[in-house]
Ligand binder design. Structure first.
Ligand code: FMN
Length: 387
């Protein structure tokens, strides 16, 4: 079974991602992993932190001679900002006068709930782990899941469909979405230049006013075979697994599969994807409102998952809060911050979708080596073809 988790604080020495259960013999393209990390750092509206960090994956274990060896993989991402924080976040006891306290909890962050839960007098340690800097570690291990899926012919990419009030109203092809990932300059990762300009204006507006903005990204997984996930148990349904994985990302407040939101207010005839058959292509669909999943099982169409992001919680013009120590009303703490992260969140969601699909694929096809997994996978494809 594919298992993964992360460790690390936002301004600590490093982030670490752990991934266990990948078969041996998967080629690890280091440049691809670093490129994925770079993509997570891009987008108009990012703050100063992304200028400090240039994330590079440093594999500590599980990869030898350029390929996985079936052992658990640990990948480390150095925090360059650590040098500015060593005195205020030491591992050993340290000088309490040097702590950089988060004295008033920021609405929309874990600050208050975390301080109450862990019994901290202020929110520094809460911020350090609740921060979306953590998502870089997910992107590093997600890149390995993407490489695994790529060996099975599956690709996962994202694009941005809304930033604030600027909404993409045109259909976008798979080729356009994949093409976005090849750009060396990322503005808002939208395939339509006119809408991207409107999105840019939304970000400009909040930059001027000291506010922040959210939006919607869409992740598409292409060439997923039918049969991943199952309706047999509630916790094995692919839609549920994807929703949980994407919702677990910082600031994602709603997840939609296919046309899920509009489907709720449309008649069945306008929603469900009619089925056809042709000898050359096998079963076909008239459209893909189901987003590639029916009954918790992939149906062979592209898997389409949207994530809805709330606006960034840290505001340059802070909202009202309360001082932890005095309980007096004060403005919420401010610390250098992004104002828009929709493209970056889309890249992090690609990682979560890839990890989820890779886990389901390994559950279905098994294999301790890529040769074994590929053989099982090809056998299954043959069965589907000859159905
Ligand atoms: C890639 C990414 C970068 C983020 N950067 C920031 C940031 O710089 N400042 C901030 O206040 N929130 C940022 N956020 C959002 C916060 O992490 C999020 O609002 C916070 O964790 C609370 O949201 P939650 O309740 O969903 O966890 C970012 C989110 C993502 C996905």
């Amino acid at each position: 079974m594919l298992r993964y988790f992360t460790a690390g604080e936002s301004h600590g020495e490093a982030l670490v991602g752990f991934l266990s259960g990948l078969p041996a013999g998967l080629k690890v393209d280091q440049a691809f992993v670093d490129r994925e990390l770079w993509r997570r750092q891009q987008g108009f509206g990012r703050g100063g932190r992304m200028k400090i960090e240039t994330d590079k994956a440093h594999f500590l274990s599980g990869v030898r001679h350029g390929a996985t060896i079936g052992s658990p993989i640990a990948v480390l991402l150095e925090n360059k900002d650590w040098k500015n924080w060593q005195e205020s976040l030491p591992v050993e006891e340290g000088d309490s006068a040097k702590h950089k306290r988060v004295a008033s909890p920021r609405p929309g962050h874990a600050d208050l709930a975390g301080a109450l839960k862990y019994n901290f007098p202020e929110a520094r340690y809460v911020l350090e782990r609740a921060s979306a800097r953590e998502s870089a570690a997910r992107v590093a291990i997600g890149a390995l899941a993407k490489l695994f899926l790529r060996d099975l012919g599956v690709d996962v990419f994202s694009h941005v469909v809304a930033v604030g009030g600027a909404v993409l109203k045109k259909d976008v092809s798979w080729e356009q979405i994949r093409g976005l990932s090849e750009r060396d300059e990322v503005v808002l990762n939208c395939a339509d230049p006119e809408t991207e300009q409107q999105m840019r204006e939304e970000v400009d507006k909040v930059l001027r006013t000291g506010d922040s903005v959210g939006g919607v990204f869409e992740v598409v997984a292409h060439k997923v075979p039918p049969g991943l996930g199952t309706y047999a148990q509630w916790d094995e349904r692919l839609d549920g697994l994807l929703a949980s994985a994407v919702m677990s990302l910082q600031a994602v407040k709603a997840v939609e599969i296919g046309a899920g939101v509009t489907a709720a207010s449309s008649p069945g005839s306008a929603v469900h994807d009619e089925i056809g058959y042709a000898a050359a292509t096998g079963f076909t669909r008239s459209r893909n409102n189901a987003g590639g999943i029916e009954g918790g099982v992939s149906n062979g169409e592209d898997i389409v998952v949207r994530g809805y992001l709330k606006p960034i919680s840290t505001l340059r013009r802070p909202l009202q809060s309360v001082d932890f120590a005095s309980r007096e009303p004060v403005k919420a703490a401010y610390e250098r911050s992004d104002v828009c992260v929709v493209p970056a969140a889309g890249v992090a969601a690609e990682a979560m979708v890839a990890l989820t699909l890779a886990r389901c694929a390994l559950e279905k096809f098994g294999g301790d080596s890529m040769a074994e997994t590929s053989r099982n996978f090809q056998g299954y494809l043959e069965q589907v073809k000859n159905y």
